[in-house]
Design a protein around this ligand. Structure first.
Ligand code: NAP
Length: 360
């Protein structure tokens, strides 16, 4: 391969007016050196098309992303964004300069300075509870018109309404929820759900492309992309995510401990505690406070727990009665049937026929 890079070199000397010099044309001083060869290994080429094209591609696909809130989740996201060659800037109330430098993120302690860098995307990764206070003091006037605002809050209707209330009408809005975190997506994001709602994206090609480029990061990481309204998200998330976090916290308080005979089910519970205990209480409280469906789910959980206790104590009661009164003691047959909760928390009464059949 290197043979093709060997060159014969012909040297011709030129005068300053570009005429070949006498000296070089002199017969006694041959201008042709047949034995003189340069063997080049990895010589710099006058124009490296490959790297030029690569740089051009990176520039055309990369975004300047400003992350507001450089805590647990903000840092986690920025590592992935950097893998995709985006330029990262960050602002947070805590000074993360050293950590940001290590990661390759430019850190700003003042949002004015950050916004003067004119990011393409401003991504909100603050706690749910602090979102409104932060939005109220952001210097939007320093940004370019129609900057894209994105949030990653674990509730969706709340930031959507805040964005619509506080952002200038020219700005684009994308509400998202990556439904995973630093614990659950430690090794890969492949197959994990990413929910998004294009709340307000302008028609112009560059605005549509900018939004697609941002979503492309999660697509390329292999996320399962789910487009749904913020309202739908909150309905589903209260029944799944809020319940998951609640059970994780209850079990953590309960004090689960690993044993030498862990079953698979028990391992699942230990993993649940592990996955949820890293999240701040602010996050959990935000799920409760700012998802209007959460309270109902908490009440249903409470009633389900009470109902199960009732089933257990009902049976125990039956055993005691049999011991006290013998087999002839009247037993409430309904007690033996598993009971389910309706969506509104009321109990599904078993039909009387069933009671008779089951009891016969
Ligand atoms: P978090 O406790 O919900 O939020 C911590 C972040 O909020 C930090 O950047 C913190 O800034 C900032 N913050 C808190 N109080 C503030 C205040 N009064 N003023 C200004 N900033 C304040 O924990 P997180 O895990 O990093 O979550 C960030 C966001 O991502 C949340 O909205 C959460 O719902 C969402 N999310 C989290 C996960 C997850 O797995 N962790 C997954 C999906 C979505 P400082 O660090 O500078 O104090």
């Amino acid at each position: 391969m290197y043979e093709s890079l060997q060159h014969e070199v012909i040297i011709i000397f030129y005068e300053s007016d570009n005429r070949p010099s006498k000296q070089s044309l002199d017969e006694s001083r041959p201008t042709h050196f047949p034995s003189f060869q340069i063997s080049c290994i990895d010589a710099a080429q006058p124009f490296d098309y490959e790297s030029h094209l690569k740089n051009h591609y990176i520039q055309s696909t990369s975004l300047k992303i400003a992350i507001l809130g450089f805590g647990n989740f903000g840092q986690f996201l920025s590592k992935a964004f950097l893998r995709h060659h985006h330029t990262l800037l960050a602002y947070s109330r805590t000074n993360y300069t050293d950590l940001a430098n290590q990661l390759g993120v430019s850190f700003y302690s003042d949002p004015n300075d950050l916004f003067e860098q004119h990011p393409d995307v401003v991504l909100l990764s603050t706690s749910i509870l602090s979102t409104e206070t932060l939005l109220q003091k952001l210097p939007f006037q320093r940004l370019r018109r129609n900057t894209l605002f994105v949030d990653v809050l674990s509730v969706k209707e709340f930031p959507r309404n805040l964005f619509l209330k506080y952002l200038p009408p020219d700005f684009d809005i994308l509400c998202t929820h990556p439904m995973f975190g630093p614990e659950s997506a430690k090794t890969s994001w492949a197959g994990l759900p990413f929910v998004y709602d294009k709340v307000r994206i302008g028609d112009e090609e560059n605005r549509v492309k900018r939004c697609d480029k941002f979503l492309g990061i999660f697509e390329k990481e292999g996320c399962r992309m789910v487009e749904m309204s913020c309202m739908e998200h909150d309905k589903y998330a209260a029944g799944s995510q809020f319940v998951t976090h609640t059970m994780g916290r209850v079990l953590e308080k309960f004090g689960l401990e690993s044993s030498p005979i862990n079953t698979k089910g028990y391992e699942t519970l230990l993993n649940l505690v592990e996955n949820t205990k890293g999240d701040s209480f602010d996050l959990y409280y935000g799920l409760f406070m700012y998802n209007q469906n959460a309270l109902e789910q908490l009440e249903r959980l409470d009633m389900a727990f009470e109902s199960i206790k009732k089933d257990l104590f009902g049976r125990l009661h039956e055993v005691y009665r049999k011991q006290l009164f013998g087999d002839n003691g009247e037993v409430d047959k309904k007690m033996n049937l598993p009971q389910k909760l309706l969506g509104n928390g009321s109990l599904i009464e078993p039909p009387l026929d069933n009671v008779r059949q089951d009891g016969s």
